[in-house]
Ligand binder design. Structure first.
Ligand code: TYD
Length: 205
């Protein structure tokens, strides 16, 4: 199964991915966890370029193409081969992040996003995409409480940007059946159970 996790920064994706990985490993499943951008040697190099605060001159088109370049390498080098070996592949972000951040957030047209996304991912469409949804002001509070004072280039964007990104995700969720919207302000264990439930429902189909 191919599972992806999406949401605005500080939504709690990573915590849920850790819990899910442990849960599946406990059931003796084969699991591969990856994060985007990154996950291969080439993709990690692209990641550094994308998140480097020194690169403040980067245009949105460059940004989108770099995310897509990182992704197309990851799909062919890791995701596809592991899916063929019947792993559960869990990705912390995938092409929907580009639709939300570069499309709705930055303003690149949906047609362009969708055709380049399709080129990058090929036949690797996620089975389920968990969108961990939190309001932007909750994200802002969590950001202030976190010890991370070294935000990357994209996390440093202004609040309006994150409103557009969240709205974008909600629109994608309305359109795409594979999307499951999960209330990210719920308790961590409650969210974990919802996620497991959805996976089991999918497998029983
Ligand atoms: P990362 O540190 O991995 O953040 P997170 O833990 O929130 O996933 O940084 C990834 C950043 O890049 C994050 O702010 C979201 C952004 N991003 C895009 O703008 N477009 C994309 O296609 C992807 C994959 C990520």
């Amino acid at each position: 199964m191919f599972l992806t996790f999406e949401g605005i920064d500080f939504c709690g994706k990573s915590t849920q991915i850790d819990l899910l990985e442990k849960y599946l490993l406990n059931k003796n499943k084969k699991v591969l966890v990856i994060r985007e951008p990154g996950g291969t040697e080439i993709s990690e190099k692209i990641r550094r370029m994308l998140l480097d605060k020194e690169n403040s001159k980067m245009f949105m088109e460059t940004e989108f193409l770099l995310f897509s370049a990182s992704r197309s390498q990851l799909v062919r080098e890791k995701i596809q081969p592991y899916l063929e070996r019947e792993f559960y592949v869990i990705s912390d972000r995938f092409h929907d992040s580009s639709s939300a951040y570069q499309g709705y957030g930055r303003g690149i047209s949906p047609d362009v996003i969708s055709s380049i996304n399709n080129l990058a991912i090929g036949k690797s469409v996620p089975d389920i995409t968990f969108f961990i949804d939190i309001p932007v002001d909750v994200a802002e509070q969590r950001r202030q409480q976190s010890s991370i004072d070294n935000l990357d280039r994209i996390e440093n964007s202004n609040e309006d940007f994150f409103y557009r990104v969240r709205e974008g995700y909600l629109k994608l969720a309305e359109r795409e059946k594979r999307f499951k919207v999960v209330n990210g302000t719920e308790n961590v264990e409650v969210i974990h159970k919802i996620i497991i439930n959805e996976i089991e429902k999918f497998e029983e189909r």
